[in-house]
Design a protein around this ligand. Sequence first.
Ligand code: KG4
Ligand code: ZN
Length: 368
Amino acid sequence: MNRTKITGINLYDFLIVILYFCDLCIPHTMEKPSYILGIESSCDDTAAAVLRNNEVLSNCIANQKIHQAYGGVVPELASRAHQANIVPVVQQALSIANIDKKDLSAIAYTRGPGLLGSLLVGSAFSKSLALSLNIPLIEVNHMQAHLLCHFIKNEKESPPAFPFLGVTLSGGHTQLVMVESHFQMKEIGKTRDDAIGEAFDKCGKIMGLNYPAGPEVDRLAKTGNPDAFQFPIPKVPGLEVSYSGLKTAFINLVNKNCQKNPKFIAENLNDLCASIQKTLVAVIMEKITLAKKEYNLESVVIGGGVAANSAIREALNLKAENEAWNVFLPPFQYTTDNAAMIGIVGYHKLISQQLGSMKQSVSARLSF
Ligand code: KG4
Ligand code: ZN
């Protein structure tokens, strides 16, 4: 009798079967991981991050404090600060990730939308580095990245399932987006004038708060009465949003009262913050509710700096609790501009081989 036969199977065949199943079960663990360097420079933050596949190894940001003195971003100063910051920030990101630049698989950078000069610094740097390392260059749409930050590896939450309603709430954009897949996004609503973050910043500015005023308004509102001052909710049809009228109503109220009482702001600061915040949030909540219903979507996925706001988070969490909405709020470190969100888009583009070109120019008004 042949001793290598096991119940009729040849030992050689048996080993082949085992190897075949090992290969089926663990191919991903044996594959070489991709290391992506993400670079973000669309506005006033210079940021770099390193990802191993969908996992963030480092996420570094150099904030440009220089703009505070001007009450808003000065584009020329922003580009110069990016030039000064970009090399140290990238070095820091590589060092924290414990990665040599020679180990990078690709470089993903923000192509737009944003300030032209700021975008140019990030794109010129990324192109040069990709060229010198002879690795792929990947172009990223900043607004897509704000939504796709939810695909960064997160132990606490799985990524949202498609399709979903994407909502970008930032300093330059307020958009409602139908998201069919990672790169199939269609804008279904937007602001016709100011963005929500811009409205927070401008209302804060009239109260003497530093730029960007959004986080400070949020902090002061916590101990204010949201019903102290009433503002009308603008009547704008469909999924269009408007913040300019509300901002003007707020500025007029402050100016009118300051004429009568020069201490009006100081005496009412927390109530003013709480009241305007309540109304700014109510405006977008009305449109999110309408879009979710009209498009019959289960999940609402929020992105952008204003996603850090405690009132919008509370309003959305209430919807999740009371009306079973499937709400995705980004972790705080991925709300305001960051490079981890650029890196995750880079990873998904790399695996689907959507590579960029050295000839591609940046675009200040890049759309989906
Ligand atoms: O996404 P982002 O960092 O930059 C743009 O792409 O515009 O968003 C910045 C905006 C600023 O207007 C800032 O005031 C606002 O996000 N923001 C907030 C809060 N944190 C940041 N607004 C309200 N409450 C916050 N906690
Ligand atoms: Zn942004």
